[in-house]
Design a protein around this ligand. Structure first.
Ligand code: CA
Ligand code: CA
Length: 142
C-alpha cells in the first residue's frame, strides 16, 4: 500500500517482516529509506496509515498495541546516540513509549533499532523480524 505524505511516498506491507537492516535495504532498493518521523503531524499520519493498512489486511486491530513496526532510527553507531537513517539526530520531536529506550538485553543482543507502535517508539533488538514502513522522498522518485 502506498500513500502520499507531504509529497513523499509511504509504503507498508503487512505481509512482510524483516530485520531492521534488511528492512532498510529493502526500502533503499525502492529508492527510499525506512520512514523518518520529524514531527507530530508525521507521527499522526503514520498512525493513520498503519491502522488503515492493517484493517485492509484484516489484521485484528484489537491487537494493534502489540503490533511493532520498524522505522528509520538506530543507535547502532554509538550507544545512546539515536540517529535517523538520514543522519539527522532524533530529538527535535520524539514519542518514546514508557520511559524511553532501555537497551534491554535479549540473550546476547542489545536494543539499537527503533520500532513504532500505537503506544509510541521503542528500542528493540535489530535482529527481530517486524513489519516496516518505507518512505520515498519526492526528490527520490525518478
Ligand atoms: Ca541501544
Ligand atoms: Ca526497549
Amino acid at each position: 500500500m502506498w500513500l502520499i505524505s507531504k509529497s513523499n511516498l509511504i509504503a507498508f506491507d503487512s505481509s512482510s517482516r524483516n530485520t531492521w537492516t534488511t528492512a532498510e535495504d529493502t526500502c533503499e532498493h525502492f529508492g527510499g529509506h525506512l520512514v523518518v518521523i520529524e514531527d507530530n503531524d508525521e507521527d499522526s499520519f503514520i498512525r493513520m496509515f498503519i491502522e488503515r493498512s492493517l484493517k485492509l489486511s484484516n489484521y485484528d486491530v484489537n491487537e494493534r498495541i502489540f503490533h511493532y513496526t520498524w522505522i528509520g532510527a538506530s543507535d547502532l553507531a554509538k550507544e545512546g546516540n539515536w540517529l535517523w537513517v538520514t543522519s539527522k539526530p532524533v530529538g527535535m520531536y520524539t514519542n518514546w513509549r514508557g520511559l524511553g529506550p532501555n537497551n534491554a538485553h535479549h540473550g546476547s543482543h542489545t536494543e539499537d533499532c527503533m520500532d513504532w507502535s500505537f503506544g509510541g517508539w521503542n528500542d528493540n533488538d535489530c535482529a527481530t523480524n517486524l513489519n516496516f514502513v518505507c518512505e520515498i522522498e519526492s526528490n527520490g522518485i525518478p
